[in-house]
Design a binder for this molecule. Structure first.
Ligand SMILES: Cc1ncc(COP(=O)(O)O)c(C=O)c1O
Length: 401
C-alpha cells in the first residue's frame, strides 16, 4: 500500500517555484541570472508598519495566541477598509484573517466543495487555483480569456460554463499572471449572468486591488452588483500593496456561515495567523497609504518599458495590462524555430528553458497558467535589471532561426 495519499496524485508543484529553483541553481553555479519569476514586490515593508510590529513585540502583545479568526483590532481595521475602499459593509463576524490570502482561499474551498462540485476559473489563472480546487475534492472548470480580448472572459462564456454542479466562480482582477483588470461595466455584465444563476457563488480575489495604472479604476463584484453580496467572498491581503509577502496576512469578508466554517477549519489546522503580523497589518490598513502611489509610479514605468521592449522582440506579442506587476506576452511567433543551441522550440516550456540557458533570464512558461504558448514576466524587480533582461529577450528572439 502506498504511503502518500491518493489525492496528491491530483496536484502538481507550482511552476513558478520550479523556475525560481532552476534560476537559483544556475546562479549558485556562477551564472549571471536575472530572475523575473517571483510574484512579490522588490520594495521593503514601509517603516511605519515595521515599527508597529516592533512595538507589538516589545509590549508583549505578539507573544500570545489571538482569536483563531483574527484580532478584534485587525477585523475592525479590515471592516473600515472594506467600507472606505469598496463601499462594502462587513461586520466582524463576517470577516476572517488567515495566514496569507492563499490560506483564506484554500479554507473557503475546503469548507464548501463536495466531490463533483465545479469551480469556474477564468484562464490564464493563478497556478494555485486549480490545484487548490483539486485538493479540496472539486473539479476546476477553466474558461479561457484570449489575448485578443485582453485575457478577460465574456459573459456568454461564463453562461456556457455554468452547470447545476457549479459552486464557485473564482475571479481575480487585476490578475496574476496577466495583469488584466475587469472594468466596472465588464464586471456588471458578468454579474448579470450570475444573477440568473443563484446557486453560483463568487470568490473574488482582490489581492492586486491597489496595483492599477493609468486611469483604471478597481471594483469588486459585490460592490458593482449588490445582489451578489450574499454569495460573494471578497478576499484580499496585505502581501502585495504593502510589500508584506513574508508576513503572511490575508483576509476575507463574506456570508457569516461560510466565515464560521472557514474559522473552524483554521481552528483545527493552523489556529491564528502570527500575532506580530496581525498588529503590523492593523498599521498597514489604518496608517498612511501614500507609498502605494509612489510604488505604482515605478511599477507603471516598468510595465511600459516591458510592453514596449517585448513588442519589439521577434515573435513576441505583449498586450498592455491594467494592473498587478506582471506582463504576459504570447510567444506563438517563436514556436517551431531553432535556438542557437540547435534545439527546436516546440512549447513555451522549451522557450523559457532555452531563454534561461542561453541568456540567463528566468521567466515562467504560460501553459501551467492555462493559456500558452506564452510566458509571465514579473516586473517587480529593479528597473535596470528589467531593462537588461528585456534586451536579452530581444537578442534571444532575434537569434531564433
Ligand atoms: C492572485 C493571487 N491571489 C492570492 C495570492 C496569495 O497571496 P498571499 O498568500 O501572500 O496573501 C497571490 C500571491 O501570489 C496571488 O497572486
Amino acid at each position: 500500500m502506498a504511503f502518500l495519499a491518493e489525492q496528491l496524485k491530483r496536484v502538481k508543484p507550482s511552476a513558478t517555484i520550479a523556475v525560481t529553483d532552476k534560476a537559483r541553481a544556475l546562479k549558485q553555479a556562477g551564472r549571471d541570472v536575472i530572475g523575473l519569476g517571483a510574484g512579490e514586490p522588490d520594495f521593503d515593508t514601509p517603516d511605519n508598519i515595521k515599527q508597529a510590529a516592533i512595538k507589538a513585540i516589545e509590549s508583549g502583545r505578539a507573544a500570545k495566541y489571538t482569536a483563531v479568526d483574527g484580532l478584534a483590532e485587525l477585523k475592525a481595521a479590515i471592516a473600515r477598509k472594506f467600507k472606505r475602499e469598496n463601499q462594502l459593509d462587513y461586520k466582524p463576524a463576517q470577516i476572517i484573517v488567515g495566514t496569507g490570502g492563499k490560506q483564506v482561499l484554500y479554507n473557503a474551498l475546503m469548507a464548501t466543495l463536495n466531490p463533483g462540485d465545479e469551480v469556474i476559473i477564468p484562464a490564464p489563472f493563478w497556478v494555485s487555483y486549480p490545484d487548490m480546487v483539486l485538493l479540496a475534492g472539486g473539479t476546476p472548470v477553466p474558461v479561457v480569456g484570449t489575448m485578443e480580448r485582453g485575457y478577460k472572459i465574456l459573459p456568454a462564456q461564463l453562461e456556457k460554463a455554468i452547470t447545476p454542479k457549479t459552486k464557485w466562480l473564482m475571479l481575480n482582477s487585476p490578475s496574476n499572471p496577466t495583469g488584466a483588470g475587469y472594468t466596472r461595466e465588464e464586471l456588471k455584465a458578468l454579474a448579470a449572468v450570475l444573477v440568473r444563476h443563484p446557486h453560483v457563488h463568487v470568490m473574488s480575489d482582490d489581492m492586486y486591488e491597489h496595483l492599477v495604472y493609468d486611469d483604471f479604476e478597481f471594483f469588486s463584484p459585490a460592490q458593482v452588483e449588490p445582489a451578489l453580496y450574499e454569495r460573494t467572498l471578497t478576499v484580499n491581503g496585505v502581501s502585495k500593496a504593502y510589500c508584506m509577502t513574508g508576513w503572511r496576512i490575508g483576509y476575507a469578508g463574506g456570508p457569516e456561515p461560510l466565515i464560521k466554517a472557514m474559522a473552524m477549519i483554521q481552528s483545527q489546522s493552523t489556529s491564528n495567523p502570527p500575532a506580530v503580523s496581525q498588529w503590523a497589518a492593523v498599521e498597514a490598513l489604518d496608517g498612511p497609504q501614500d507609498f502605494i502611489a509612489r510604488h505604482n509610479k515605478i511599477f507603471k514605468e516598468r510595465r511600459d518599458l516591458c510592453v514596449s521592449m517585448l513588442n519589439q522582440a521577434n515573435g513576441l506579442s505583449c498586450p498592455k495590462p491594467e494592473g498587478a506587476f506582471y506582463v504576459y506576452p504570447s510567444c506563438a511567433g517563436a514556436i517551431g524555430k531553432t535556438a542557437p543551441s540547435g534545439k527546436k522550440i516546440a512549447t513555451d516550456e522549451e522557450f523559457v528553458t532555452e531563454l534561461l540557458e542561453c541568456e540567463g533570464v528566468a521567466v515562467v512558461q504560460g501553459t501551467p497558467f492555462g493559456l500558452g504558448p506564452a510566458f509571465r514576466i514579473s516586473y517587480a524587480t529593479k528597473t535596470e535589471d528589467l531593462e537588461e533582461a528585456c534586451r536579452r529577450i530581444q537578442r534571444f528572439c532575434g537569434n531564433l532561426k
